[in-house]
Ligand binder design. Structure first.
Ligand code: SF4
Length: 306
């Protein structure tokens, strides 16, 4: 019988997502011309659909836009994309998260000083493609620690490490340690963002104390998927759900012994989707469930890493 829902102390919209949505909303409200978003403004279907209903176009390639305003999403793009948009006469509005821009600035700075950059991240993610585009011939993307052994020794090369903002803290730390053994001269730039560390830290503390964790977020959202994986690895019952409709009553049948559920959401998940999940869980419990917030810690892993 479900008796308790514990809401993670850190969940949902991050600064970069709120900012991108505000930029897109204000641009679309003020525009007298066609407005198009390049890629998903943030990786959440509900947010993407909202802009679609407001008449804001969405494309995956700048070559598909020939007029009006082009909004760059929170994950950013390569400089060549912005140049192409401007050369076509488009009005470019940049909603790239400042913490992604910070990685661009680090790369530009170290590359100018002669460094080669190792970037730990998913090569297919929008953010990584934008990062690589800032110095295509001076960046090596590594997505897994197993790739390290096949990379050159690079004894005589200045090397810097940057990390995708939404990476797993554990995987990034493990990779960094191994990379520093292989390349003792590696200059490390911690670039996982605070929103990611705070949400992952909250899930880690929550997971041992509950029977199930639900993470509300899209399957296209790297940080949401990561939260569900971390939860699952600790409590053995972590699930990623896009909306409350994906909750199956059978998960809570008596045989399952689910007394407590932890609840979190990815950095691109709107609050209303979280509230709908809470309402659904309250219904499942017959109105008996207690909804509480996870205790805030003064010193947690996220703050230690800042
Ligand atoms: S997850 Fe981090 S890097 Fe990505 S938009 Fe949010 S604050 Fe910015």
């Amino acid at each position: 019988m479900l008796k308790k829902i514990i809401i993670a102390r850190s969940y949902g919209f991050c600064m970069g997502v709120k900012r991108a949505i505000n930029v897109a909303s204000e641009t679309s409200a003020a525009a007298n011309e066609k407005v198009t978003i390049l890629n998903e403004i943030v990786h959440n279907e509900a947010v993407v659909e909202r802009f679609r209903k407001e008449g804001v176009g969405q494309v995956l390639n700048v070559s598909d836009v020939n007029e009006g305003t082009l909004i760059i999403s929170a994950h950013g793009v390569a400089p060549a994309v912005i140049e192409e948009a401007k050369s076509k006469g488009l009005n470019v509005v940049d909603a790239t998260c400042p913490l992604v821009t910070r990685i661009y600035e680090i790369i530009q700075k170290v590359v100018a000083k002669g460094y080669h950059v190792i970037h730990f991240g998913d090569p297919k993610h929008d953010e990584t493609m934008g990062v690589v585009g800032h110095a295509p011939d001076r960046i090596t993307v590594v997505s897994d620690i197993s790739e390290l052994e096949n990379l050159p020794v690079w004894d005589n090369r200045k090397l810097a490490l940057t990390i995708q903002t939404t990476s797993s803290m554990d995987e990034a730390e493990e990779f960094q340690k191994a990379a520093e053994v292989k390349w003792p001269h590696l200059k490390v730039f911690e670039s996982i963002c605070n929103a990611t560390t705070q949400r992952q830290s909250a899930i880690r503390d929550l997971a041992p104390n509950v029977d199930m964790i639900l993470v509300v977020g899209s399957t296209t959202s790297a940080n949401s998927k990561r939260l569900a994986l971390i939860a699952d690895s600790i409590c053995g019952n972590g699930r990623l759900i896009g909306t409350a409709d994906e909750i199956d009553n059978s998960w809570f049948n008596n045989g399952q012994k689910i007394n407590s559920v932890g609840l979190s959401a990815g950095a691109s998940t709107p609050e209303f989707l979280v509230n709908e999940v809470i309402d659904r869980l309250v219904d499942i419990s017959g109105g008996e469930v207690e909804v509480i917030q996870q205790e805030k810690t003064k010193k947690n892993r996220a703050t230690e890493l800042k």
